[in-house]
Design a protein. Sequence first.
Length: 228
Amino acid sequence: MRISIGAPLFAAAIAASLSLCAAPAASAFGLQSPPENGRSPSNGYGFTIPGGDGSSVGPGAGFANPPDEPSASSLPEVHYDLSTLPPPVAAMREKIIAAARSGDEAQMRAVIGLSSPAPVFSSTGDGDPIDIMKTASGDSGGLEVQAILLDVLDAGWVVKGEGTPQARYIWPYFAEFPPSELNRRQLVEVYRVLTAGDFEQMRSVGSYEFYRLEIGADGRWLMFMAGE
């Protein structure tokens, strides 16, 4: 599902981020993973995404690569086979997905609490994760952001520091790709999370600036936030 997040939602996200980092976190939580609904923020997390209107984005418009071929440059390898995830990473991803799908605040809070230190949900690293999701969401319960989380985790992923204890598993994979390097097939995946108009704004600045989620090699949920 694609949802364009305009000025009202971004303003809410900024206000929440400022107020939450001014007060100590209500609780400590931890860990991070999977996806299922889309939308897009703006400032407050270090990015600007006005409500996308999809204009100036046409088939193949402005693409640096042939329609169906990835760039020959050194882009990270994209993974889709869930069976290749380390067991701790796969387990955390499933727990996050189950909590997000339930729509239950207590269940999401419990999964967040499995990681120490708590996963990062804001650019400052401060604030209560549930409150941050509620403030950034178009609804009052934070469900829109949880739907985005599901879509993010439904995409492929990339690994940074693969083979090391510090390895990080990052969703969606296109968060680590220059927007201009994505081919047409990959753009279909992008448009499950973002509108074409929102993506065009990111392409103009040269980086992905929406939600991403990271899980450590040891299964700790590291972060879920928007921004470059």
